[in-house]
Design a protein around this ligand. Structure first.
Ligand code: RB5
Length: 152
């Protein structure tokens, strides 16, 4: 698979862990950084990664920040992108089977109850079910991307 990975300063270590695991599998990983703990703004990394993904040619993207929350919020604001922040392997598989997500987020400061590599494995091994009801729900998300902002 061809996979984009990007992270901020709070997630260098988890990014490297996931990258090593992907390298061992033989995936092609495009690492957008950062590679050090020099401060990086997570929205910049999420926007860079999702925009590159939308140019085409990639299977999935992985985003990491301290909690995974900031990068997932940002990615989900980019039209067409669905980014999961799964708690475990089950949720990671569902993110593909039901939600057809292209991105998965991880938190470098999160104490996961199972190895993050296993969560990523569940995500990459799953296949979108593509049934009418799941597609209908995803289509509703796509429609929501065009709803004008309103406080009422
Ligand atoms: C950086 O300190 C931290 O806020 C960021 O990595 C992320 O956790 C935000 O959601």
């Amino acid at each position: 698979m061809k996979i984009i990975i990007a992270n901020d300063h709070a997630a260098v270590s988890i990014k490297k862990k996931l990258q090593i695991w992907l390298d061992k599998r033989g995936d092609t990983v495009v690492d957008l950084g950062v590679g050090t703990d020099t401060k990086a703004d997570y929205p910049d990394k999420a926007i860079e990664a999702t925009n590159l993904f939308l140019k085409g040619g990639y299977d999935y993207g992985i985003l990491c920040c301290g909690t995974g929350i900031g990068v997932s919020i940002t990615a989900n604001k980019v039209r067409g992108i669905r980014c999961a922040l799964p708690q475990n392997s089950y949720a990671a598989a569902m993110a593909i089977e039901h939600n057809n997500c292209q991105f998965i987020a991880f938190g470098g400061r999160i104490d996961y109850q199972e190895p993050p590599e296993d969560i990523l494995d569940a995500f990459l091994s799953a296949r979108y079910l593509g049934t009418e009801r799941h597609q209908r729900r995803i289509d509703k998300i796509t429609t929501a991307e065009s709803i004008p902002f309103s406080l009422t």
